[in-house]
Design a binder for this molecule. Structure first.
Ligand code: PLP
Length: 419
C-alpha cells in the first residue's frame, strides 16, 4: 500500500465531496463479509486518514528516538515534532499556552489525573461533586473513588425524557459546598450536547472548578476552551482521527500550578536526590515517563486533517446526516430512538421491539455494517430509560446517506428474521 499522503483532504464537505474524503481512509475501502464496509461505530473510535498513518510510519521508519533528553539529532528532531504537535493542539482548542496542554493516554487518564491530583489536594469532607446523568463511566468512577477517599459527596444533574440536560435542576444542586462540576460536552450514549458554557458559568458563581469531558465533542464541534472558561477539558486522540493511546488534558495554568504531580518518575522532575526531589515545570510535571511519542506527533496530522476540512463544514454536514439518519430510522417498524434532544452530535441510539441489541449488532455485522451494542459504558443512561442496552450508530464526516439507507434496510431484515 502506498502510504504517501496526497494533497490533503477534499476541500469542501459542503459540496459534499465525501467520496474524495473517503479515499483518504484506506480502511473504508475494504469489503467486510463480502460487502462494502459500513462503519458506524465512530463514537467508539474513528478511522485514520493516510496522513496520520503516514506520520506514524515515518516516525518509526526514520525518526524513532526518545525525546526531551537527548542531544543527538534524532532526539532533537523528535522533541521538536512532539512539541510542535502540542502547540497545534493548543491552537485546536484555543488554549492560551502550551503549558496548559498535557499529553495523556486519553480521556480516561485525563479525568483520573484531575480526580486524583486536584481531588486529593482540594476535596474536604462534606464537599460536593456534581456530575450529570449522561456521563460515561470514565467521568463517574474516578469521582466516586476520590469522593469515598475524601468523604465528599456525588450529586447528579438529571436529564429529561428526550435525553436533554435539565439546566434548572442542575442550578438547584449548586451551593457553597460544590467544589467540582464534571460533565460531558456530548453524550456518547445519546448524542446530547450539553450547554457547557452556561454550566461552567453557573459553577464558577459558586467558586467550583469545572471539568468537561470532550471525548465526543472534539471530533464534531469547534471547541474553544477560553470561550468556555472551563478549568479542565479532556479528549482522546483516537476519537478525533488520531492514534489510540494518546489524548489531551487541558487545564488552566493557574489551576495546574496548584496541583501536585499525578504519576512520578522520569520526565516530571527537575532534580532528584535521596533528600529532596523538585518537580519539572508545566506541562512536564504531569508527564511522567516516556510518552507515546509517535502518537503525540501523529496528533498534529489528525488535527491538520480536521482543520483542512473545516470544523464548521464538518458540523454542518454531520447535522444533515443526523437529520437524514433520524428520518430513515424512524420509519423502521418497532424502532425506538433514545435521545432526541434538540442539540445533538451524530449518535443514533435505538432499540427494536423485535430483537435484543446484541442480536441486531450480530445480524448487521453479517451485512458488513459495524455498529455498537450494549450499555456504552453509560449504565446510568440505560437505567434512566429503563433498558439494559441499546444499538448505537455513530457518525463521522466520512459517512454517507447511502450508508444510513443500508443501515435502515438491514434493520428491516432483522425485523423479518425475528418476525
Ligand atoms: N468519555 C466519553 C464521553 C466517551 O465516549 C469515552 C469513550 O467512549 C470516554 C470518556 C473514554 O475515552 P477513552 O477510552 O478514550 O479514554
Amino acid at each position: 500500500m502506498n502510504l504517501e499522503p496526497h494533497a490533503g483532504p477534499a476541500a469542501a464537505l459542503d459540496r459534499v465531496d465525501v467520496e474524495r474524503v473517503r479515499r483518504d481512509f484506506p480502511i473504508l475501502q475494504q469489503r467486510i463479509r463480502d460487502r462494502p464496509l459500513v462503519y458506524l461505530d465512530n463514537a467508539a473510535t474513528t478511522q485514520k486518514p493516510l496522513t496520520v498513518i503516514y506520520a506514524l510510519q515515518r516516525y518509526y521508519t526514520a525518526e524513532n528516538a526518545n525525546i526531551h533528553r537527548g542531544v543527538h539529532f534524532l532526539s532533537q528532531q523528535g522533541t521538536f515534532a512532539y512539541e510542535r504537535s502540542r502547540a497545534r493542539l493548543r491552537q485546536f482548542i484555543n488554549a492560551g499556552d502550551n503549558r496548559e496542554v498535557i499529553f495523556v493516554r486519553g480521556t480516561t487518564e485525563a479525568i483520573n489525573l484531575v480526580a486524583q491530583s486536584w481531588g486529593r489536594r482540594f476535596l474536604r469532607p462534606g464537599d460536593e461533586i456534581v456530575l450529570s446523568h449522561l456521563e460515561h463511566h470514565a467521568n463517574i468512577v474516578p469521582w466516586q473513588m476520590i469522593a469515598a477517599e475524601r468523604e465528599a459527596r456525588i450529586r447528579v444533574a438529571s436529564i429529561d425524557d428526550q435525553g436533554g440536560f435539565r439546566f434548572d435542576e442542575y442550578e438547584k444542586l449548586l451551593n457553597e459546598r460544590t467544589r467540582m462540576v464534571a460533565v460531558t460536552h456530548a453524550s456518547n450514549a445519546l448524542g446530547t450536547v450539553l450547554p457547557v458554557k452556561e454550566i461552567t458559568a453557573a459553577a464558577h458563581r459558586w467558586g467550583a472548578r469545572v471539568l468537561i469531558d470532550g471525548a465526543q465533542s472534539v471530533p464534531h464541534l469547534a471547541v474553544d476552551v477560553r470561550d468556555l472558561d472551563c478549568d479542565f477539558y479532556a479528549f482522546s486522540g483516537h476519537k478525533v482521527f488520531g492514534p489510540t493511546g494518546v489524548g489531551v488534558l487541558y487545564g488552566k495554568e493557574a489551576v495546574l500550578e496548584e496541583m501536585p504531580p499525578y504519576q512520578t518518575g522520569g520526565e516530571m522532575i527537575r532534580s532528584v536526590s535521596f533528600d529532596k526531589t523538585t518537580f519539572n515545570e508545566l506541562p512536564h510535571k504531569f508527564e511522567a515517563g516516556t510518552p507515546h511519542i509517535a502518537g503525540g506527533i501523529a496528533m498534529e496530522a489528525a488535527v491538520d486533517y480536521v482543520n483542512a476540512l473545516g470544523r464548521a463544514r464538518i458540523e454542518a454536514y454531520e447535522a444533515q446526516l443526523l437529520v437524514y439518519g433520524t428520518e430513515v430510522l424512524s420509519q423502521v417498524p418497532g424502532l425506538r430512538l433514545l435521545g432526541t434532544a434538540a442539540s445533538k452530535v451524530g449518535v443514533l441510539s435505538f432499540t427494536l421491539d423485535a430483537a435484543h441489541p446484541h442480536d441486531i449488532g450480530t445480524i448487521l455485522d453479517t451485512e458488513g455494517i459495524a455498529i455498537r451494542t450494549g450499555h456504552h459504558c453509560a449504565q446510568p443512561v440505560m437505567q434512566r430509560f429503563g433498558v439494559p442496552a441499546t444499538a448505537r450508530a455513530s457518525l463521522a464526516f466520512y459517512n454517507t446517506r447511502e450508508e444510513l439507507d443500508a443501515l435502515a434496510s438491514a434493520l428491516r431484515k432483522v425485523n423479518e428474521v425475528f418476525r
